[in-house]
Design a protein around this ligand. Sequence first.
Ligand SMILES: [Zn+2]
Length: 1032
Amino acid sequence: MAVQVPFVLKHCRTTLERTEKFISSEYFTDCNLRGRLYSSRCPLDFLSSFLTSKRISYTEAIKQEFKPANVGDSFGPTWWTCWFKVQLTIPKDWNGKEVHFLWESDGEGMVWRDGHPVQGLTTEGQKTSYILTECLKTEDPHSMILYVEVACNGLFGAGQGSMIAPPDANKKFYLQKAELAVFNGDVHELLMDFEILIDMAKLLGEGNQRSFQALYTANQMVNMCDVQDHTTFPAVHKMASAFFSQKNGYSQHIVHAMGHCHIDSAWLWPYEETIRKCARSWITVIRLMEKNPNFVFVCSQAQQFEWVKNSYPDLYSKIQDYVKKGQFVPVGGTWVEMDGNLPSGESMVRQFLQGQRFFKQEFGRQCLEFWLPDTFGYSAQLPQIMQGCGIKRFLTQKLSWNLVNSFPHHTFHWEGIDGSQVLAHFPPGDSYGMQGNVGEVLKTVKNHKEKGRVNHSAFLFGFGDGGGGPTQPMLDRLERMQDTDGLPKVQMSIPDAFFSAVEADQSLLCTWVGELFLELHNGTYTTQAQIKKGNRECERILHDIEAVSSMALSQNLSFHYPSSKLQHLWRLLLLNQFHDVLPGSCINLVVEGALRYYLEIHRDGAPLLKEAMTAVLGFCEQKSAASVTALNTLSWERTEVITGSHQSGQDSLVLVKVPSMGYTTVTESLVPPHPVTISKQLDGSVTMENGILRVTLDSTGRITSLYLIESKRESVTESCFGNQFAIFDDIPLYWDAWDVMDYHLETRKPVVHLLSPLAIASSDKLRGSLKFSLRISETSVIHQEVVLDAMCPYVRFNTEVIWNEAHKFLKVEFPVRVRNLNATYEIQFGHLQRPTHWNTSWDWARFEVWGHKWADLSEHGFGVAVLNNCKYGYSVHENVMRLSLLRAPKSPDATADIGHHQFIYAVMPHRDSFQEAGVIQYAYNLNFPLHAVPCEAKAKCWSAFSLLSPAIILETVKQAEDRADALVIRLYESHGSSVNTTLQTALILKEVIQCDLLEQPILDKTVPLTESGIELSFTPFQIISLLLILKI
Ligand SMILES: [Zn+2]
């Protein structure tokens, strides 16, 4: 029988809206298709609940007393957990049907069945059902008990009024729905068909005939579909399938879809909640994999795997099975998705070392790609570090957030400061949380900046940031877009397949050299100063424990090197480097947790260092001893003033010369060639001099003159002041803790209100110090001690700030008599330059930048460096060098940075280049004070390692991960030069093997070990690691 084709008027708007209303979840659900998705609903037998302030285990929870509960009830407050006991019976006449348990509530839920987590539930993440059975059989149990564990926080925490506002501690959570229902799979399939067709009709544009084909196909399907008669559905679905099977041409762009679920390891919720977020998100992924054998899910952060391994062993073993099948794909290679700017070079290495070793141990393979979609900028040293950790590929998308310039590539070669290259890709859809719809795949192609060069791009789908992950509708939509004319080809893919496809066709790719600077979130170099300080201090503590323990091991192989304790402490430090913790963009609960971890590293690290020092020196500290042993964990000889003890029991200053990576014992202080002199003038100003520098401060603590005696050069710009504090209004557009905007520079006010004028605090031939105090406001003050030591080429500022401000930014300024178009900043294992002018938008977008221990502004033959012991934010514009000290954002932590701060910075004028002047070494010295151990004279002078070239820094000495009788040492070229040098060592070595950053031997590299030491060749900024096999 011929089907009569209905007459269709050429009114596109009504035709389109008709199809939209047909699947609307808002309108006409009484008679449209969407309203038929579920039928035959049935209430639960009984619902009861139990509230707890703690995150307890299932076993503990089910023992508690549950009280009757109802839909509509509220529970809470924030961060508590409500356990619901669900008693249900499926009606017998539902046999043969797919039955869902429907649950809608605030908060994040986990369904437990027979003691196992089985389904994550979140209304925000569009997961509101648990499939009880896909086809109910007569013999199946119809009655059962489920538990639903509901965390009293949303996917994005519990912000009061806006997402990033501090959490509302008293939030109430509501249960909106708890029932059983029959799920109509055929209706779901048709809804998916319609969604694709309607989006194609809307988004392909009037110039595209495929748009109209989609529209009239959808319209015809509405005509054919009788929502009350399921027998009409197959023909409707067939019509859609016929449309989707009209294929693309060969040249079409290929979108590599990968399921993903970005879970911030802590952000608007604490670490403890993240463990449950992982479980909720990943069990949902497993459920989807059971139903969709082609579904691929990529998952980063070894720490999160470890959490799930420890807390949810059943789920973890399922994950391991799907990793073996190639569907659950670990990526990234790092312990956490860390901040890309602030961790030290060694911390970056340890992120990979801990991560890759974990992935290898747990899943039998290392990751092939570095995965950091959400971090606030990427160090120019990362390509070399990646390469050294077995990784040649990199994925992110965060630079799409740039406020000023559009980054010119999506797929490119990224080259680091040493010349190492990796293949980098930014998914052109500018997101890692795609929903899998037509608009996003079209945007992916349209945005793609490598058109004609590369025909592949990545597409990460699934709810993210707070977890959630992919949903079944996302998979169903993507499946319909596999190969249909008018859309790019969409295939489920794994990162290896995607990058391999790009590598096969990379001849036209461009190269980007240097850092990937995010032109946003520049406040994160400064926010939460205590976290920054904790990071820098703990990097030092772990460095020193490893260095001294290695010395002890090299002297005596029976020394117990504390490897497992060190691994634990390193992992705490690495966790805190997560990209919302170290940057300071987290809630107060997270800050408290992070500071506890730093405290643990301090507390547990101290005895480890003491044990190692005792083993190396052969004695421990003796109070009131006549001598002092000074121990140096850096790889150059240092002459410094330290505090020794005196037989009288009083501290005294001692000038000591300590060999590199070694120690010496002194009973008498060295006599400096020039003692420190202090003279006070009538106007209240004071001059200190040590033969290298002559510094004059006015009565308000500002430097009026900083004179480099040997060069006869004044450092401070005429009529200007060094050590000038300035305060700025700091009100960003939205991202409070994250952003400082360019316009803050227009609000500069110098801090000039004097509380107590400059006074001489101490005057010794080895050390002069001055003190003064300034008032910042009614509630904030600065106390500063200005110190000049004998033989020291910098002036040190020991600074204390009582800070009670709102939306203010404190900086200290040094206007210097130096002209250069570029300033230099220390980064991981090297340095880079950034402009001091604002010529182009790329220049002025970097009005606030990051650096590590020092920044330098030099012209030929002379320069000035600013050093610090725990700061990361800088800005050098024209001739003014600024160090960023404190901010006061109010979201997401209303108390961020309020309170007491102590930090040190220093200013160092120098002749020649900063390399020749030793700026790099002096900045290390400021950060790694000599260890002084009062003792009776026993220890002789000993040096474990020394280097002939000052360009080479021996950064790390540690025990090898896999060989108890071997050390790993890591060196880098710090000047940006090619160098041949010799590493001299007192250690008795059997063999020296060059290895990569994961400590795996590099087979084709031999390292000559001669009588004079280990011969090494470096290219600019090259990192070299060596395995030193100790002779037993
Ligand atoms: Zn993130």
